[in-house]
Design a protein around this ligand. Structure first.
Ligand SMILES: O=C(O)CCC(=O)C(=O)O
Ligand SMILES: [Fe+2]
Length: 733
């Protein structure tokens, strides 16, 4: 035997057999082994299939039951609401609003006392309360302590919105009304907000001053990934299926094996494909449980009568409509680009197609404009007790902003002084030369009104302003914006945000970014890096959530910083509101800076400096359904609108009617790019709000302060996690 053949012995050795002749036996054994493995795989395959079928059946049953329960719940809730509305009508109050405590002027941070044009917006100005039309106002008396203040709109400049008027519109979007926007900022017809806008121009333009510089190292979120990569690298060569890695075959084995190995490989990979298909399907069915396990909320699950969302979407507010059955969303642009421009001019002019809607002057300084649709009644009944009346006269607007020769028109100081009974200087009306590019005054149209400050400036509907003339309007507004520049300058420089900000002591300490760099940042066409990271799955917990694109018009992308919250009771029975134990990413530096700016500019009081944010990214057709922001967030809170101008609807009885279609709106306002909406009082607590499906991509940043108890809880959770992490690190070393 020994002498039989060296080659055979080597082969025997390689095959791991001691005796010649055993080789065949070994092959037989191996075949049996593979056959057994194949049978085991078959069995596993069958078992998974059965499990899947059982699960599918159970899911169907549960979904049926859930749908039935939701319909019942919805019907009950509707009854409740009707009952409640009846009661409130009888009581002649608007609803169970917590008494709004108006903030006093001293609550607001000002760069220089008496030099904060934004302040009046906060001082309890009358707004049409949510759910009520202007005609209701006469018949209702306000219970003491119930503020009527509603949305206030601050217009912020293009720098904040990543878009310059001379820039190419984004692919697939219509460039909408930049000229009008600038007109608002500059001429601010009908609004007391010039000061705000000029200041906000400077304030807001820096909000993203670190946007491109701030780079969190990628390894922050890289845990998990590292382990996987490690594992792969350690196994050197995979070897054929069933053999140890690195196994070397003899020539004879090689000759005999290929056919078998190929067949085996094919069989194995077929099976593993089938298995992983099955697993995927199984996981899809299991996702709700998993979502509950890892804390993902399934908002609207209980309160939503129709919703059927297999994917466990984490959208904090969903629209309450059936995902799978919804038709393509009806995108209802309220106006086209040009007509929007026209309407904007018309509505600011005080007559025109939107005359029956609140005009910017009403959103912003509301009660002080007696000519406005909500008139004196709103003004007097809603002014917080002993507040505006006691304020000293402010310097005239032209003194505050030399070069902006607006005189009495739209001047917050003059308007407030007048409202407070102080002597009112005659309006220093603008002449045609203030608007060199507009040409002659409109020849036709209604005669200018003379009953409200600045009305003589208002051209008729058919005049040059109303004619779409974007360039003209832009130039006119630029001429207004150029500080100290002579009115006749043909192409005035862009507003010197940087110097204005420095001059007014409104720069955040340490912010030395020049205008030019800021503008460069704004031109970036890529998504904000946090959104990109969210998409890449690099954000902690529920920071990022995206709707299933297979469900058209469903929700929107959201990014929650500082805290996250449930809109409805989740699977773990956690109530709506802030979920402290679900730690999300901290507020990024640029949003901290934006919060600072809001305080510095007097848009929110220092005591209410926002410490959380939600960013909503709406693709065309996306929407946010009717809701009231949870009271875990204190009032006022602020929403900055970016990328495109879209409407927001308000109403006490707003409801989803059909997919992406919301009814019961008392009024809507348009949110221009760069505008800053402040919600408080009834605007925040009584009226619901919603953004119907958007016509163009839009992004909003809502900044809110958590109620103290919640920020403490969130803080505690963060600390606990940090301590646990440092414990782990200690043990590792
Ligand atoms: O996008 C908006 O303007 C509204 C956002 C909003 O209402 C919210 O996040 O609560
Ligand atoms: Fe909201």
């Amino acid at each position: 035997m020994e002498a039989s053949s060296g080659g055979n012995r080597r082969e025997q050795h390689l095959l791991g057999v001691d005796h010649p002749g055993d080789a065949e036996k070994t092959w037989g054994q191996r075949l049996t082994k593979y056959e057994r493995a194949r049978q085991a795989l078959d069995q596993e395959f069958e078992a998974i299939k059965e499990e899947l079928e059982a699960l599918e059946q159970r899911t169907e049953e549960l979904e049926g039951a859930l749908r039935a329960n939701r319909s019942k719940k919805f019907a009950l809730e509707e009854d409740d609401k009707k009952q409640e509305a009846r009661l409130f009508k009888q009581l002649n109050v608007y609803g169970p609003s917590p008494p709004a405590t108006p903030h006093s002027a001293s609550d607001y941070d000002t760069a220089e006392e008496g030099d904060t044009p934004t302040r009046p917006v906060q001082n309890g100005h009358a707004q049409p309360p949510g759910g009520l039309s202007s005609s209701d106002m006469d018949s209702l008396s306000l219970p003491p302590g119930l503020s009527m203040s509603g949305p206030a709109l601050h217009n912020l400049p293009d720098e904040v919105i990543g878009f310059e008027s001379d820039e190419e519109p984004m692919a697939g979007t219509k460039q909408q009304g930049p000229a009008v926007h600038e007109l608002q900022m500059g001429a601010a017809a009908g609004s007391q907000m010039q000061g705000d806008r000029m200041l906000a121009q400077a304030a807001a333009s820096g909000h993203n001053n670190q946007a491109l510089e701030h780079r969190v190292p990628h390894n922050t979120w890289a845990n998990g990934h590292a382990a996987g990569a490690d594992g792969c690298e350690r196994s050197s060569r995979p070897g054929p299926p069933g053999f140890a890695p690195g196994h070397v075959f003899s020539p004879e084995q090689r000759r005999r094996l290929p056919g078998f190995a190929r067949a085996l490989t094919e069989a194995t990979s077929d099976r593993s494909r089938a298995k992983s298909d099955l697993r995927d399907r199984l996981n899809q069915n299991r996702e709700p449980d998993r979502a509950a396990e890892n804390g993902a909320a399934r908002p609207q699950e209980l309160s939503n009568p129709f919703q059927q969302r297999p994917g466990g979407n984490q959208d904090p507010i969903s629209d309450g409509l059936p995902g799978d059955r919804r038709p393509l969303p009806r995108v209802r642009p309220l106006s086209s680009a040009t007509s929007s421009q026209r309407e904007e001019v018309d509505s600011q002019a005080g007559f025109g197609p939107l005359d029956d809607l609140p005009r910017p002057s009403n959103w912003a300084d509301d009660g002080e404009d007696e000519g406005g649709p909500f008139g004196a009644h709103a003004s007097t009944s809603s002014r917080p007790q002993g507040h505006a009346e006691l304020e000293p006269p402010l310097p005239a607007f032209s003194e505050q902003f030399p070069g902006l020769a607006l005189g009495g028109y739209g001047d917050p100081a003059s308007r407030r002084n007048q409202a407070n009974g102080h002597a009112q200087p005659p309006p220093n009306l603008m002449a045609a030369q203030d608007f060199p590019s507009l040409g002659a005054a409109p020849a036709a149209g209604r005669p200018p009104r003379t009953d409200s400050p600045g009305s003589a400036l208002v051209p008729g509907k058919t005049g040059a302003w109303a004619n779409g003339g974007g360039a003209a309007i832009r130039q006119a507004s630029q001429s207004l914006l150029s500080l100290g520049a002579p009115a006749q300058v043909a192409a005035p420089p862009k507003p010197p945000v940087e110097s204005l900000e420095i001059q007014r002591n409104l720069r955040i300490p340490g912010d030395d970014l020049p205008d030019i760099s800021r503008k460069r940042q704004c031109r970036s066409k890529t998504d904000w890096e946090y959104i990109e990271r969210g998409k890449a799955g690099e954000m902690r917990g529920r920071t990022f959530s995206a709707p299933k694109r297979t469900l058209p018009g469903k929700g929107r992308i959201t990014c929650q910083f500082g805290c996250c919250y449930n809109y409805a009771i989740d699977q773990q029975g956690r109530k709506p509101g802030i979920i402290a134990e679900e730690v999300v990413e901290a507020m990024p530096p640029e949003l901290e800076a934006l919060s600072d700016r809001l305080v510095r500019w007097g848009i929110v009081p220092r005591a209410i400096r926002p410490n959380s944010a939600i960013i909503n990214v709406y693709e065309p057709g996306d929407c946010i359904p009717p809701h009231i922001d949870h009271h875990d967030f204190v009032r006022p809170f602020v929403t900055l609108s970016l990328l495109s101008e879209q409407p927001i609807m308000f109403g006490q009885n707003l409801i989803p009617l059909s997919p992406g279609n919301f009814g019961g709106s008392d009024y809507h306002i348009r949110l221009p790019r760069g505008s800053c909406l402040v919600l408080k009082g009834n605007g925040a607590d009584v009226a619901k709000h919603c953004v119907p499906p958007v016509a163009q991509r839009r992004m909003s940043i809502t900044l809110r302060r958590m109620a103290d108890i919640h920020s403490q809880n969130v803080q505690r959770e963060i600390q606990a996690r940090q301590e646990a992490a440092s414990q782990r690190d200690r043990h590792r070393w």
